[in-house]
Design a protein around this ligand. Structure first.
Ligand SMILES: [Zn+2]
Length: 92
């Protein structure tokens, strides 16, 4: 319909609910470096997944198997630790 803006929706990996993309935080496997990181700019290219910016969803999303499936790559404990650190920085 003309004049109706579609809000891009994405599913949170934690609670599995669809929410407006801009309300979620993106986890991405950087296509250039291969590093799994938080994407606070929304501009990192690569395969990504999303979670709600709260501790509960973040913790659920940090599940190794869930992440591996979502990002279609291997996820190590180091990756999870790094995401944890990056998220803690955002929260401060
Ligand atoms: Zn959520």
């Amino acid at each position: 319909m003309a004049g109706v803006k579609k809000i891009p929706m994405r599913k949170c990996l934690g609670c599995m609910q669809s929410k407006p993309k801009r309300e979620l935080i993106r986890i991405v496997r950087n296509a250039k470096t291969g590093v799994i990181q938080l994407d606070t700019t929304g501009k990192v290219s690569g395969r990504g997944t999303y979670f709600c910016p709260n501790e509960d969803c973040f913790r659920k999303a940090l599940n190794k198997e869930k992440l591996e499936k979502a990002l279609d790559t291997q996820v190590t404990e180091d990756d999870i630790e790094r995401l944890r650190e990056e998220y803690d920085k955002i929260g401060k």
